[in-house]
Design a protein around this ligand. Structure first.
Ligand SMILES: Cc1cc(-c2ccco2)c2oc(N)nc2c1
Length: 156
């Protein structure tokens, strides 16, 4: 029984806009996404989210709130990926391009779902409405969802 792989995802908002980054290399390359990555040993999940945001966008946020928990299974791989989703509208600095990400502010009504992870269309409506959400998604490869269940929850 392998431990779940812990990942973070930070989506900053400045209504009516949301900050996304175009992933320039590695996992998820070519897709717009929030900022995030792996949780290092000895690091809390929230500290990892703050660190990855800074590394990938040069923004500092000391006010991250966890709003979502998404668990992913990939057919043929026993390890579950656990993505902890955070948000804030209170951060410092200007988003800057890094080696990992090219940041861009999007109007909420113009989110580029066709260039994002397929699961995003399932949980963004809850996220944009300020609700907490939880989901379980099974992928076959990186593009096809073969099973999914996403719901609003009272607490994560
Ligand atoms: C399988 C998977 C992973 C991630 C991820 C990687 C790092 C942080 O999150 C996703 O992000 C989104 N939006 N869908 C995702 C699916």
């Amino acid at each position: 029984m392998v431990a779940n792989k812990l990942l973070t995802l930070v989506l900053l908002r400045q209504a009516p806009r949301i900050l996304l980054g175009m992933k320039k290399r590695g996992f998820g390359v070519g897709r717009w996404n929030g900022f995030g990555g792996k949780v290092e040993p000895g690091e809390t999940i929230k500290a990892a989210a703050r660190r990855e945001l800074l590394e990938e966008s040069c923004l500092v946020c000391n006010d991250l709130k966890e709003v979502g928990l998404l668990k992913f299974e990939f057919l043929g791989n026993p390890q579950i990926w656990e993505v902890h989703v955070f948000t804030s509208n209170n951060f410092e600095g200007e988003a800057k391009e890094t080696e990992e990400m090219r940041p861009q502010w999007f109007e909420e009504k113009s989110i580029p779902f066709d260039q994002m992870w397929p699961d995003d269309i399932l949980w963004f409506p809850h996220f944009l409405n300020g609700k907490k959400f939880s989901g379980y998604i099974v992928f076959e490869g990186m593009d096809k969802m073969v099973k999914y269940d996403v719901e609003e929850v009272e607490s994560i």
